[in-house]
Design a protein around this ligand. Structure first.
Ligand SMILES: Cc1cc2nc3c(=O)[nH]c(=O)nc-3n(C[C@H](O)[C@H](O)[C@H](O)COP(=O)(O)O)c2cc1C
Length: 180
């Protein structure tokens, strides 16, 4: 890819931030601009066609606090022509009925605002009761990471997911080039 990816994340206790930093490391610092949604302006989304979004879920299915504050701004962002991949941090044991709900909430809004979503992820191997991120049976709208119970799987999950996402970003690019 010859254009930069915008990675926007929000994190309360640092788990999503650590995953975001790892993603930047894997993709290469020169290929990704990193934004903490805490001090991001909506205009900063405008220049990216390829976007990665990371967030955790809190308090029985609520958005991470900074994403919650940003949500009204998000509703106004036009995602037409943008391709977005999401990853979410959650706890599938204690919050089994709300596992990574935030991915579902943000993803749905991006979809409504015209965004193309890639990076959907199988629910196989996870143990949870319910999730707003499970947009169709057996599929999350993005990568699910569980640092509370399965931190040993995080590295492998991130690497496999990024392989898939970069392939999908490149496919979008090729399709656009073929059209031109
Ligand atoms: C009070 C509290 C509420 C939580 N609520 C949820 C929840 O509803 N769904 C979920 O999947 N995880 C929930 N979690 C787990 C966090 O999302 C998880 O620990 C995550 O790794 C935190 O990421 P962060 O440090 O980036 O904010 C909760 C954790 C705490 C302490």
């Amino acid at each position: 890819m010859n254009e930069k990816i915008g990675l926007f994340y929000g994190s309360d206790t640092g788990n999503t931030e650590a995953a975001a930093l790892r993603i930047v490391e894997i993709l290469g610092h020169e290929n990704v601009d990193l934004y903490d949604i805490y001090d991001t302006k909506p205009e900063q989304f405008h220049s990216y066609r390829f976007i990665i979004i990371g967030l955790s879920t809190w308090h029985d299915g609520e958005l991470q606090s900074d994403w919650d504050s940003f949500f009204d701004d998000l509703k106004e962002i036009d995602f037409t022509g943008k391709t977005v991949a999401l990853f979410g941090l959650g706890d599938q044991v204690v919050y089994s009925h709300y596992f990574i709900d935030g991915v579902g909430i943000i993803g749905q809004q991006i979809y409504e605002n015209g965004g193309n979503i890639v990076g959907v992820w199988s629910t196989e191997g996870y143990g949870f009761d319910d999730s707003k991120a499970e947009f169709k049976k057996g599929w999350f709208l993005g990568l699910a990471l569980d640092e509370d119970n399965e931190s040993h799987l995080t590295e492998e999950r991130i690497i496999n997911w990024l392989d898939q996402v970069m392939q999908e970003f490149n496919d979008v690019n090729t399709e656009k080039e073929l059209k031109n």
